[in-house]
Design a protein around this ligand. Structure first.
Ligand code: SF4
Length: 290
């Protein structure tokens, strides 16, 4: 019989497999709707290629993109979940196993020794832990490709500019990203907290459910405004000038220092790969995505 450590490891491997090979239904539906709405032939045919790619990856159990990303796990760790300090080791083992079995492209490069060949390195897989009430461990696997990570942006906006400055920075960052991160994009924007925390908030924002607006109506309105303005930049599908530039955008906010207004912008390419599952302290596993 498997012990809890093996169950967590196997769950993480399965999540990486689902994330790498299957795009969630909501995102596929959004790409499909975008194809219907796109007027230009070039944009429409590129969206058809993307959708065919997604279909083939699912059918043949192969990664959606050759860049299977740097492996990251976002964890919600319940008060009573018994495994804590061993989680890093378990998730490293899961990453090695997934690299072999799926397979994933080796993407962890040691600055002195080169590619580690198994996607495990110093601080990699990236692990973010949020402490929550309850008995479960929730794991979200988020392998993120280099192209869209490279266009992430950060700024300490002049506080006096407020939301005007924040919006301007998000729009400028998207214009600068152009086609480099394989649009249509999904964006996460983090505002406040601190110079590092706003980037974490942006990543958290990225993972909010597709199409669901912020619980604060004022923030929700800004999300809609930004999405509209980004889509009038004309970057389009894969930078071809036709079809949508972004399909969704979420904002997460935190309080800030009176003299600082940190803003982080994180992009996902159209291949927004992530999968979520939950392990109870008794070892019951429930997959929430795909
Ligand atoms: S940005 Fe995304 S779709 Fe483009 S190469 Fe990287 S992982 Fe693949």
């Amino acid at each position: 019989m498997k012990n809890l450590e093996n169950i967590v490891e196997d769950t993480a491997v399965e999540l990486l497999k689902r994330a790498a090979n299957i795009l969630q239904n909501d995102y596929v539906a959004a790409l499909s709707e975008a194809r219907q709405k796109t007027r230009g032939e070039i944009g429409r045919s590129e969206l058809s290629n993307i959708l065919k790619n997604i279909e083939l990856a699912k059918e043949t159990s192969q990664p959606i993109c050759q860049d299977t990303g740097v492996v990251a796990f976002m964890l919600k760790l319940g008060d009573n979940f018994p495994i804590r300090s061993k989680l890093r080791k378990i998730l490293e083992n899961a990453t090695r196993k997934a690299t072999n079995e799926i397979p994933l492209r080796p993407n962890a490069v040691d600055l002195f020794r080169g590619n580690t060949k198994d996607n495990v390195g110093r601080h990699v897989p990236l692990i973010y832990i949020e402490l929550v009430e309850g008995d479960d461990l929730e794991i979200t696997a988020l392998p993120k490709g280099g192209g869209s990570s490279n266009v992430a942006a950060h700024s300490m906006v002049t506080p006096g500019l407020g939301w005007k400055g924040i919006k301007q920075f998000v729009l400028e960052s998207t214009a600068r990203a152009g086609s480099l991160g394989c649009p249509p994009y999904f964006l996460g924007v983090g505002v406040g907290g601190g110079e590092d925390y706003c980037m974490f908030l942006a990543k958290k924002a990225l993972l909010k459910p597709f199409g669901v607006r912020n619980e604060d109506p004022k923030v929700a309105k800004i999300e809609e405004e930004l999405l509209e303005k980004i889509n009038s930049l004309g970057i389009g599908v894969m930078g071809l000038g036709e079809g949508p530039t972004a399909l969704d955008l979420h904002i997460e906010i935190a309080a800030r220092h009176p003299a600082s207004l940190p803003v982080g912008v994180v992009f996902s390419c159209w291949a927004f790969r992530h999968a979520k599952g939950r392990v109870s302290k008794e070892g019951k596993v429930v997959f929430e995505y795909a």
